[in-house]
Ligand binder design. Structure first.
Ligand code: LFR
Length: 482
């Protein structure tokens, strides 16, 4: 089988990408792209999961039209969100979106039942109000008890395509319910939630073959013959696999999309008191790795400014406008909770600047500039922190994902981190998804060979650090919460 398809769905868009090895190079072709986003229904935020399924089917039909008769298929999406299904596999309700505010008080409530320290010691997962543990804790009790199984979003999509139920591990770790020692769901945490182990499926490693599509689906829609392979279903896990890093070099990654995930790949978790206080996570990776990283509110800031201005400007235009705007005029603490899902992002940014006694960004250009400057400065702060927590120097920062094509942000990042930035590939998530399929089918021997091939197949752009304007770091340190 020489055709491989990655279904890669992020918070704002999804795509089906066809990957093939041609003359020792990995060649990608986007065969279908669609919008994604959550919407409000009766005061709650939900994803339109049926829309995603329809789009996967439409993408597979497009692949067939393009001449793909048989292929392997892997799926990745964002993390933490879940479907509850009954014994027959019927969904009990729409899938909540993680920015829904029903979990605001959940961390404090749960802390009455288990301390933050104990929770972190067991799981090594950073505290984010939307982790599945908090979402399940805040979920309607009766419905939670009635659920036959909890399937995270990509698990659910695999289930709907094949009828098979799994909990893939890279994503399952973001539930904050897995125990690092036993490498399974933690019995105490489940009992705090009033849940049973059987309500979760078997933990399944990336690279596990899952058989074919549901035959009824395949015939009804005239789809290619697909062999499903379990991808690293958490998009960030796939994105990190797709980093074209050289073996033995000291590198960190920044997976830059709706979120900015800044971290290093390790073969052991690091869950000390210090890493807990600094709120770093140890998400499980493919092939025995851990992603030691921090979530930084990423391009979501600019995506929301754009959306709320009625999509008046393209992203490229916003970057261009920001480029011509005064640098470091106003700065925001990107990880302040107020930016999680405000009704008006530009207004919230202005309010932050007002509250912290700074010049207020008035024009869209000034708001965009404030976002890019602040993101870059965040990366600088957290990269230094990361180095000191791991005790290992980072020489190169690989930026992958959509943010890698934002030249302004890449240069600002090189300046703010004082490190060489290697930007690209943009499609690292789809690549990571494909790499697992290609390792499973024997195209690549292992992840090292796959990464070497990615490095040889895609151009990266290098940015050398320049000097930071005087006084910027001091101003930044004053406004950012530690
Ligand atoms: C990125 C991502 C992050 C996760 C967030 C919510 O798309 O998967 O890794 O923390 O979305 O699921």
């Amino acid at each position: 089988m020489d055709a491989h398809i990655a279904v890669d769905i992020g918070a704002s868009s999804g795509r089906l990408v066809l990957g093939r090895l041609k003359h020792s190079k990995l060649v990608l072709e986007e065969i279908h792209r669609f919008d994604n986003g959550f919407r409000e229904l009766d005061g709650s935020l939900y994803w339109d999961i049926e829309h995603l399924l329809e789009q996967i089917v439409a993408g597979l039909q497009a692949a067939k039209k393009a001449g793909v008769d048989s292929c392997t298929l892997g799926i990745d999406t964002w993390a933490v969100d879940y479907a509850l299904v009954d014994r027959e596999g019927r969904r009990l309700r729409e899938v909540y979106a993680y920015r829904d505010r029903r979990t605001d008080s959940a961390p404090a409530e749960l802390e009455k039942l288990i301390s933050r320290e104990a929770l972190y010691e067991k799981t090594g997962i950073q505290q984010l109000t939307f982790n599945t543990i908090y979402q399940l804790f805040a979920h309607d009790r009766e419905e939670r008890a009635r659920a036959d199984q909890v399937l995270l979003v990509p698990d659910y999509l695999y289930f709907r395509l094949s009828g098979r139920r799994i909990n893939e591990v890279t994503n399952a770790s973001t539930t904050q319910l897995l125990n690092l020692q036993s490498r399974d769901y933690d019995a105490e945490l489940l009992s705090i939630l009033g849940m049973r182990r059987e309500q979760f499926a078997a933990l399944t490693e990336p690279g596990t073959p899952l058989g074919g599509l549901d035959p009824a689906l395949q015939q009804r829609y005239d789809l290619p013959l697909c062999s499903l392979v379990v991808a690293a279903t958490h998009d960030t896990a796939s994105a990190v696999l797709g980093v074209p890093a050289r073996e033995g070099s000291s590198w960190a990654y920044l997976s830059s999309g709706t979120w900015s995930l800044l971290g290093v790949e390790r073969d052991q978790p690091l869950n000390t008191k210090e890493t807990m206080v600094a709120n770093y996570t140890n998400e499980w990776g493919a092939y025995g790795t851990y992603r030691f990283l921090k979530n930084i509110t990423g391009l979501w800031l600019i995506q929301e400014v754009r959306r709320q201005s009625g999509d008046r400007y393209s992203f490229a235009e916003l970057v261009q406008m920001a480029e011509q705007s005064e640098p470091y005029r106003s700065l925001i603490d990107c990880n302040d909770d107020r930016f999680l899902n405000p009704p008006d992002m530009a207004e919230e940014i202005r309010r932050f600047c007002r509250d912290t006694g700074q010049k207020v960004p008035e024009s869209v250009a000034q708001v965009a500039r404030c976002i890019f400057d602040s993101l870059a400065l965040s990366y600088g702060t957290y990269l230094d922190e990361l180095e000191s927590l791991t005790g290992e120097p980072v020489e190169v920062l690989h930026i992958v994902g959509g943010g890698a094509k934002n030249e302004l942000l890449c240069q600002l990042t090189a300046d703010a981190t004082g490190r060489e930035v290697c930007a690209g590939p943009v499609e690292s998530t789809a690549l990571g998804n494909l790499m697992v399929q290609m390792i499973q089918t024997g195209v690549f021997r292992d992840i090292h060979e796959a990464r070497r091939t990615v490095a040889e197949s895609f151009e990266v752009t290098r940015y050398k650090p320049g000097p930071l304007a005087a006084g910027v770091k001091e101003r930044w340190n004053r406004i950012v919460k530690k």
